[in-house]
Design a protein. Structure first.
Length: 226
């Protein structure tokens, strides 16, 4: 049974205090930190890249960096992100014609592999070969590019479709997820939860993290017994 993992998106943090923000989240119960890398091509914005991630991994020993690569050439950054201490390299299926070779390159650098799909990409675009070679599938619940957007509920059925095909795989949701939208995500079978605004914007992030985790674990227990 896939277990709940909460991955706060640092895009909603105070970038001037990035290492302290990551430590605060880990203290608050987060297992992973979600690092949104944007290149200004795949999406209009630019956020951070390997040099910043290298500082974070140095400043926060043992951190698990869940790197969400919103980049137009995913193969290009594999070595830099691995050298920077990336733990999981999640690239967009829309950005490559050859996902299996990107996966191979990520594996060669001993990172976990994630494959992301944007709102307009159907779950069937994720072939069995690709999914079986990946550790995690990411179903975006907003258009990639910026934090604080409205959750797109129409993306949720894709989570259920992928969960039916891959009962044991990590399935992540990202975008507009928080206490108000977690129920549908958890019931559909996602177990890795990214939340930026909902966690960093909360007065008590530990409570939000614990609530999201409990909802997912309860839903997973129900799904596995049905
Ligand atoms: C959007 C990013 C998300 C974003 C989530 O392009 O991939 O990770 O930071 O932020 P919230 O939770 O605020 O929607
Ligand atoms: Zn993200």
């Amino acid at each position: 049974m896939p277990r709940a993992i909460i991955s706060p998106s640092v895009l909603a943090s105070d970038f001037g205090q990035l290492t302290a923000e990551c430590k605060r989240m880990i203290k608050g119960g987060a297992e992973w930190l979600h690092m949104d890398v944007m290149d200004g091509h795949f999406v209009p914005n630019i956020t951070m890249g390997a040099p910043v991630l290298a500082c974070v991994s140095k400043g926060v020993p043992g951190i698990f960096m869940d790197c969400h690569m919103m980049v137009s050439d995913p193969a290009k950054w594999v070595n830099d992100i691995a050298d920077a201490g990336g733990s999981l390299y999640c690239f967009h299926l829309e950005a490559t014609d050859d996902p299996l070779s990107v996966i191979k390159a990520i594996r060669e650098r001993n990172m976990k592999v994630g494959v992301a799909i944007s709102p307009d990409t159907p779950s069937t675009a994720v072939t069995d070969d690709v999914a079986n070679a990946a550790d995690m599938l990411l179903v975006m619940t907003v258009y990639p590019g910026r934090g604080g957007q409205k959750f797109l509920e129409r993306c949720v059925p894709k989570v259920a479709e992928l969960r039916a095909r891959f009962p044991d795989k990590d399935i992540e949701v990202d975008g507009g997820v928080g206490p108000k939208t977690i129920d549908v995500c958890a019931d559909a079978g996602s177990n890795v939860i990214v939340a930026g605004t909902a966690i960093f914007g909360a007065g008590n992030p530990e409570e939000v993290i614990a609530g999201l985790k409990a909802t997912v674990n309860t839903a997973q227990a129900k799904l596995s017994s049905s």
